[in-house]
Design a protein around this ligand. Structure first.
Ligand SMILES: [Mg+2]
Length: 368
């Protein structure tokens, strides 16, 4: 089997709930998504998607992904997409670094491979542990009152897990967390995500003032050293997200005991191949794991769902349903969301049915 045709699209996906706000004024109004279709010489097409969160969340931006996909694509025509390791090595040889640029391409190769084998992607990734993964929703940064109201709406939808954005002015964030914690039912799982917004001093101030509230601390500071410094004086569980950029970083986090769990983002790691590698290693090292991404609609959400459900349930933290965040559709047979849980659609590969008419004209079309 050989790759005969490559198409790539760029699609703006506005948010249903308006701007997504993090601390320090970081915000985005939409995912700016890159979608890749790989078609084999026997007519099977696989789909992949990558959307950065604005330009501020990770070292990635949509215009960069568009330019990078144009650079890499000519090197991939004629390769066997099922030889996933060789396929990825080829990308890494012809294009140094920039994992996010390769993410949608690698995802499409996995989808194509699984569709050609008539196997669900979740099965290729190790097999499904259960049918549904528990979802969380994000209470974005705002005033304490607006965040409490947002949390109340999320609870009314039946969710049991929320992530509260902090990482701005510490005293304001203490009030924000208190306001949210005051309106959610007992037993609600709360993550406080500072998105690396604090110094260790600020993180310790926050942790000390909020000691009576039950929550998991997420990525208070930028570096593993700084997060480790917070963790030494912390009596709460901690997960790291932005720090998990490479295999080496994951190993360092484990070696130093810097976190109880990790958040793996498909785009940040460079696709399904590398996410699966780090996911399997994190599981074996005893870490809790969330598999998610920086953005996207049905295609990316399906990939997250297949990776989440193939993570052993005792190590799985939670998942996210990005296709419900955006006002546009790209596919039918989307990942099913029932209450606060998400499954994978039935069928081979990612199992969603992309509707090309919904995603516009490709910016790239190459044929062997
Ligand atoms: Mg996070």
């Amino acid at each position: 089997m050989k790759i005969k045709e490559i198409k790539a699209y760029r699609m703006l996906q506005p948010f249903v709930d308006g701007p997504y706000k993090m601390s320090k004024g970081r915000h985005a109004d939409a995912f700016d998504s890159i979608i890749v279709a790989l078609t084999s010489d026997d007519g099977v097409t696989g789909w992949g998607e990558m959307a950065p969160l604005g330009t501020f969340y990770s070292a990635a931006f949509a215009a960069g992904a568009e330019a990078g996909v144009k650079e890499i694509a000519p090197h991939l025509l004629g390769l066997d997409p099922r030889a996933l390791t060789q396929f990825n090595r080829r990308m890494d040889i012809v294009f140094k670094g920039h994992p996010y640029i390769k993410s949608a391409i690698d995802m499409a190769a996995w989808d194509l491979t699984a569709r050609a084998a008539d196997v669900p992607l979740v099965t290729m990734l190790g097999g499904s542990d259960g049918d549904m993964a528990e979802l969380y929703k994000v209470v974005t940064h705002g005033t304490p009152d607006s965040m409490a109201a947002h949390a109340t709406r999320i609870m009314a939808e039946g969710y049991k897990r929320i992530q509260v954005k902090v990482g701005g002015d510490v005293h304001g964030d203490i009030e924000r967390l208190a306001a949210v914690a005051g309106v959610v039912p007992k037993g609600t799982v709360i993550f406080c995500d500072a998105n690396a917004g604090w110094t260790p001093f600020q993180a310790r101030q926050f942790a000390d003032a909020s000691r009576a509230i039950d929550y998991v601390f997420e990525q208070p500071c930028v570096t593993i050293d700084d997060n480790m410094s917070v963790r030494r004086s912390l009596d709460k569980p901690m997960v790291l997200d932005e720090s998990v950029e490479t295999l080496e970083a994951l190993l360092e986090i484990h070696r130093r005991g810097a976190a109880d769990g990790v958040t793996l983002k498909i785009a940040r790691l460079g696709g399904v191949s590398k996410t699966r590698q780090l996911r399997d290693l994190a599981v074996d090292l005893g870490l809790l794991v969330t598999v998610e991404d920086t953005g996207g609609a049905e295609i990316d959400t399906a990939a997250m769902a297949h990776l989440s459900l193939s993570t052993p349930v005792e190590r799985r933290l939670h998942a996210i349903a990005f296709h419900e965040w955006v006002t546009v559709r790209t596919a039918s047979n989307m990942p099913p969301v029932v209450g606060s849980q998400m499954g994978v659609p039935k069928g081979p590969g990612l199992a969603i049915d992309v509707v090309p008419d919904l995603i516009g004209k490709p910016f790239l079309q190459l044929k062997a």
